[in-house]
Write a protein that binds this ligand. Sequence first.
Ligand code: 2NE
Length: 275
Amino acid sequence: IDWQRSGEYSDIIYETAEGIAKITINRPERHNAFRPQTLFELERAFSIARDDSDVGVIILTGAGDQAFCSGGDQKIRGEDGYMGDDAVAKQGIGRLNVLDLQVQIRRLPKPVICMVAGWSIGGGNVLQVCCDLTIAADNARFGQTGPQVGSFDGGYGSWLLAETVGLKKAREIWYLCRQYDAEEARQMGMVNTVVPLADLEKETVQWAREMLAKSPLALRMVKGAINAVSDGAAGMQQFAGDATMLYYMSEEAQEGRDAFKDKRSPEFDKFPRRP
Ligand code: 2NE
C-alpha cells in the first residue's frame, strides 16, 4: 500500500492511501508515550481524517515494533497533569488532554482500528480500548500501570475496559498491574486477532479494506448504536444527531425547508404515516 504522508507534525505521522488514514504516534525513544503536543497533533489528525470524505477507516498505531503507546510521558508529568510548551504550561498548569482524544475516537463516525506491536500500556492501552477494533502482533503486551505510577483512568479506562473484558478481569488488570501477552488479550476480548509481527500491517489493511466495501452510513450507525449504550446521554446525543442527518436527507424534511423558503405551508400530507 502506497502511503502518502501529509501535514507538519513533530510527534505523529499522518498518512493516507486507498481510503485509509494511518495515524502513527512517533516518539519511539519513549515507547510512544504521549505529551500534550502529541495529543494536540493526534486531535488535529483525527479531525482531518473525519472531514476527509475519501477516508472511510482510520488506523491508529505507534512507530516501530517495540510499542504502540506507553501512556502519558512520565518524564514531563507535573503536579497536576502533563506539562507542554504552551502558555498554559508556562503558568505551571498541566493537562490531561488524552481524555479529549478518547472522546474524539468514540464519537468519530468512522471505524478506528488500533494496530498494536509491542507495548500497549497505561493511557496507551486506554486509547486501544477506545478504538473500535484492535489487531495485535504476536509481540504485543497489554496492561495498566496506573496504581503503580500514581495514576488511574476512572473513565473509559475503567468502565469501558470492564465492558470489554468483564468486571472481574478489569479489576485484576487495574488492581495487580500485570502485563498480558497478545493471545491472553485476545482471549479476554481486548483484541480481535493476533498475527505474526511481519503480517501486522497487511492484516490491518485487509480488515480496513473489508470495511471500506461496506455501507459507510450503516457502519456509522452501528458504531453510534454500540457506543450509545455506554456513553449515556452523550452517546444518545450523537445517535440523535445522526437521526437528524438522515432525516435531513429525506424528501419529507426537505419539503419543510423548501416551504419555509417559498413562504408557503408545507405539504406533509404527501408523505406516508409509516407503521
Ligand atoms: C512499557 C514498559 C513496561 C516497557 O519496559 P521496557 O523495559 O521494555 O522499556 P524501558 O526501558 O522501560 O523504556 C524504554 C524507554 O522509554 C521510556 C523509558 O524511560 C526508556 O527510556 P530511558 O529512560 O532509558 O531513556 N519510557 C517508557 N515509557 C515511558 C513513559 N510512559 N513516559 C516516559 N518515558 C517512557 C515500561 O517502559 C513502563 O512501564 N513504562 C511506563 C508506563 C506507564 O506507567 N505509563 C503511564 C501510565 S499513567 C497514564 O498513561 C495516564 C493515566 O493513567 C490517566 C490519564 C492520562 C495518562
